[in-house]
Ligand binder design. Sequence first.
Ligand code: HEM
Length: 425
Amino acid sequence: MAGQSTYVPGTALTRWLDQRLPILRLVNDTVTTYPTPRNLNFWYVFGAILAFMLGVQIVTGIVLAMHYVPNADLAFGSVEGRIMREVNYGWLIRYTHANGASMFFLAVYIHMFRGLYYGSYKAPREVLWILGVFIYLLMMATAFFGYVLPWGQMSFWGATVITSLFSALDQIIPHLGSAITTWLWGDFAVGDATLNRFFSLHYLLPFAIAGVVMLHIWALHVPGNNNPLGIDPKGPQDMVPFHPYYTMKDAFYLALFVLFFAFFVFYAPNFFGNPDNYTQANPLVTPPDIVPEWYLLPYYAMLRSVPQKLLGVLVLLGAILTLLFIPWLDRSKTRSCRFRPVMKKLFWIFAVDCVLLGYAGAQSADAAWHLGGMDLPLVWLARLGTAYYFAFFWVLMPLVGKLERPKPVPESIAQSVLGKAGESK
Ligand code: HEM
């Protein structure tokens, strides 16, 4: 970790251990004395919330796997019958896991938008950001595999739609896409073999996420945290030790987050779910609308906004991969949007754009707004939204970074937080 270690073993035993495996030193330097900017606000608690949610998903997932049967004939019954009705507190574990996925994504979106707003992806934190994008990709894959497991109608048809995207490659090399799709299925349609491998991957990937999270925290601790002002700390007067200041703050907001989470688990457990998934998968009946979970809807809208399949897949891929290039697309010398009047506005338009894309993705493919006597097909909203998404990153970000005149940033964190008192230190 960054800087000199401050750990002093207090007993003969810890001294002995420290010379052989300095694990207590690592813990001390990472979460106790780790110097943290004194001005981190509410939006900085979501990293800790995410770490907690990863733990919740792994623990509840392991218990669910003890009772789940990855077989196309038995999976639906093992979830709706056995886990929900027979296993002691199975309903609680399942609802915690299912709603936990939504809470995890809610937290990760807040975490990512926070990073975008405060310019936390900029040098020297590019690797930190890129590792974050890898985590996000792994999260999407894990959630997709997990959604297939209850083997309801939406599980089956969602899996069919997404895996069939690979068949678009047929347009480049005939039969290549279909061959890849068949290979992914392990059959000539989504079936038992597909369910088995998705279960295996759904169990594996969270541990890969945990590994990348460790790298993410390591990459955070080398340059140290960014902060809402986006300026570098000038000295000890700008910092506080992580413990007790941020351990207490994180714990307090984590408790509030758990209450919010518990509300859904106990009072609205199917709020984020799709009623079609209470019907067992039936390859002979296609649901009228196939929709993914809410956290994937903006990408789904982008995919559907393009009438040509291969192009649609490329747009979808491009939208996700764009995130990897943000550290180099933003040319501004000022990190935080607090001091970037133009970027701040564009950022909020981008946030609304993502919500609108999500809304468009949730509607049927031929849905329209009836405005006066006119019908406005929602696919046009999705097209406009997709265009802004790409324009935001690839055109506006580099351009505004060069042309905008940022407001002056404060001298130091201490001066901004403490005013005159901070200057005299
Ligand atoms: C399992 C998922 C994740 C976990 C457990 C996690 C954990 C953390 C933690 C504990 C911090 C420090 C506290 C904080 O700033 O909130 C942090 C910072 C950060 N994370 Fe993540 N993270 C995750 C996903 C992501 C993703 C998906 C991205 C972006 C694509 C990302 C980007 C960042 C950035 C840029 C920072 C530094 C923020 C700053 O210092 O201003 N993280 N992360």
